[in-house]
Structures are given as structure tokens and as C-alpha cells.
Write a protein that binds this ligand. Structure first.
Ligand code: ADP
Ligand code: ADP
Length: 217
């Protein structure tokens, strides 16, 4: 489903965040990306989503080179993805419901079916009944769940999560990983990064370890 062919990413300024990486992610896989801060985890996730383009090599999603997609087909490929990234901020001038509905607004998806999807996503993450609240009144764990609901509301095939457990205590972190596991069980492909590998151990899935932009054993 996702293929990296000798991918290097050099940022303006010359720093190589990802160095000559080749690997594959199968459809339906739950994959963890481990590594310290600065290892290149975010960069790798952004390359998968087409947010960053490789300096060398190719990233293929369903056989399509993400960097070569036309401006018109890119939005369609983007719809395969649900993103839970640090810089995707919650909007505090809208309530919980409106935050989750945002991705549907952008694609022009409206009406009763959109409402049903938003309520289903909120139910899935355990936020039913909190639709009308301002997100500021949610706990850290609940805010993370809100981000997850927003990321899955359009039923993406691939969910990318960048350090989704970084600011959570152990119990909350496990709850979030259980939630991801439930998406895995219905066939969603997941790539989850974290610097704390002890959390991943309990889930017994494939782990790719990054250090200075390269894989380690
Ligand atoms: P991680 O997610 O593992 O913390 P990142 O992919 O965020 O790692 O960063 C890897 C390296 O690339 C870091 O040294 C970081 O400073 C650098 N980097 C990340 N984004 C940029 C950017 N937009 N411009 C320049 N350097 C960047
Ligand atoms: P829906 O009624 O929208 O199908 P479900 O109750 O089946 O919702 O699931 C709740 C949420 O879990 C959905 O909003 C969706 O975000 C997510 N979800 C369930 N199944 C899938 C799937 N196959 N692909 C992506 N997301 C899914």
C-alpha cells in the first residue's frame, strides 16, 4: 500500500532528516515508528502523506508516486489519509461537534449523513454528549480523542499519528492505543510514532526504529 524507494529528504539548509530509506507498509498493517526526538519520525510521516516531497527516491501510495500527482488528483489521494499531527490544532472558537465536522466541510460533505458521521466518530472515541462543549473544557486526553475523531470522520483507509501519546499519562496513552487497535481491527492501516517504546511493546506489532534518519536494528 505504501512503498518507500531509496527516499532521502533534505531540508532547505541542507539537513538530511531521512536518509536513503526503503521499506513497505502492507494494507491493514499496524506499524510503530520509534526513535528519539529529531530522529526523522515526523518527516517520514509527512512524506507518506505527501506534505513533504522527497529530495531523492520515490514514495508510492497504492502504486502512485505521491510527488508526481497533479494538483487535481492530490486532494483525492489526501482523502485516503487521516492525520493526527502536532501542528493540527484544535479550534477553540468552535465547539467539539464543529471541530470534528471540519474535514467534512472542506470536502463539501453535508446534511444528515455528515451529522451521523460526526456523531459516530465522537461515539467511537468516547466523547458522546460533549458535542456542544468548547474544547478548552476538555482534559488533555479528551482533546487527543477529539483530534482522533476529526481524523477518522471521513473514514480514511490510512491513519497517520505523530506522537499521539506524547503528552499523556500511561493510562490515557494506553486508552488511545486501544482506540487505534480498534481501527486496526476494522482494516484501517495505521502508522504511529512515539519516542517511548515501552508503550509499543504491549501491542506486539512491527516496529521500525529510526536514528538520525536511518533504520536501526
Ligand atoms: P522527529 O519527529 O523524530 O522528532 P523530525 O522529522 O521532526 O524528527 O526532525 C528530524 C530532523 O529534521 C530534526 O533535526 C529537525 O530539526 C529537522 N527538521 C524537521 N523539519 C524541518 C524543516 N522544516 N526545516 C529544516 N529542518 C527540519
Ligand atoms: P459509521 O456509522 O460512520 O460507519 P461506525 O460506528 O462504524 O461509523 O464507526 C465509528 C467511527 O469509526 C467512524 O466514524 C469512522 O470514523 C471509524 N471507522 C469505522 N470503520 C472504519 C473504517 N473501515 N475505515 C475508517 N474509519 C472507520
Amino acid at each position: 500500500m505504501i512503498q518507500f524507494q531509496q527516499v532521502t529528504k533534505r531540508y532547505p539548509g541542507g539537513f538530511e532528516a531521512v536518509k536513503n530509506l526503503s521499506f513497505e507498509i502492507q494494507s491493514g498493517e499496524l506499524l510503530f515508528l520509534a526513535g528519539h526526538s529529531g530522529a526523522g519520525k515526523s518527516t517520514l510521516l509527512k512524506l507518506i502523506a505527501g506534505i513533504e516531497k522527497p529530495t531523492a527516491g520515490a514514495v508510492l501510495v497504492n502504486g502512485q508516486n505521491v510527488a508526481r500527482l497533479s494538483r487535481t488528483s492530490l486532494p483525492y489521494v489526501r482523502r485516503h489519509f487521516g492525520l493526527i499531527f502536532q501542528d493540527h490544532k484544535i479550534l477553540f472558537d468552535r465547539n467539539v461537534y464543529e471541530n470534528v465536522k471540519l474535514p467534512l466541510d472542506i470536502t463539501g460533505f453535508n446534511g444528515m449523513e455528515a451529522k451521523r458521521r460526526v456523531l459516530a466518530a465522537l461515539d467511537k472515541v468516547g466523547l458522546s454528549g460533549k458535542e456542544k462543549l468548547n474544547p478548552i473544557s476538555l482534559s488533555g486526553g479528551e482533546q487527543q480523542r477529539l483530534c482522533i475523531a476529526r481524523a477518522v470522520v471521513h473514514r480514511p483507509a490510512i491513519l497517520l499519528a505523530d506522537e499521539p501519546t506524547a503528552n499523556l499519562d500511561r493510562d490515557n496513552a494506553h486508552d488511545i492505543l486501544e482506540l487505534f487497535k480498534s481501527f486496526h481491527q476494522v482494516g484501517v492501516t495505521l502508522v504511529i510514532s512515539a519516542h517511548d517504546e515501552t508503550l509499543m511493546a504491549d501491542y506486539g506489532r512491527r516496529i521500525l526504529r529510526l536514528k538520525n534518519g536511518q533504520f536501526t536494528a
